[in-house]
Write a new protein. Structure first.
Length: 137
């Protein structure tokens, strides 16, 4: 794999991938604010094209969430999603000091739980169950 990893996200790439994948439309202003508020931003490039994106949002100390893990349809099933998730996990490990812990969570969409498990995450439904709410104005 000849991919370039960048620790930034361009809002235009973010919008393009969201649209390509059929995700909810969000404003450029809202996405710019979201990107700037992230703990870690990551983009994957192939031949100068952004083919994947991922973020970690959280408190920079104890807890965070993987979000916006996106891979262009024409590059799916090639290991890019796993590269994004494992790179984000590695980045969190690098900011921890000896003896510290960080809880990283994800809320996979239907059918994607096994992907996150293959990336090293755990699923214990007896301990927790995720919920969500889209708040609209």
């Amino acid at each position: 794999m000849n991919y370039i990893i960048k620790k930034e996200i361009n809002v235009e790439d973010f919008l393009r991938l969201r649209e390509e994948l059929g995700w909810k439309n969000l404003s450029k202003k809202q996405l710019t604010k979201a990107i700037s508020g992230s703990m870690i931003n990551l983009s994957i490039f192939k031949d100068n094209e952004c083919v994947g994106i991922g973020r970690v949002v959280g408190d920079n100390a104890l807890k965070g969430m993987l979000t916006d893990i996106m891979v262009s349809r024409k590059y799916q099933k090639q290991g890019i999603g796993k590269l994004i998730v494992t790179t984000l996990i590695d980045d969190i490990e690098k900011i921890l000091e000896e003896g510290e812990q960080f809880q990283l969570e994800a809320s996979p969409t239907e059918g994607n739980r096994d992907f996150y498990i293959k990336c090293g995450m755990k699923y214990k439904p007896e301990n927790q169950d995720g919920v969500y709410l889209w708040i609209k104005k």
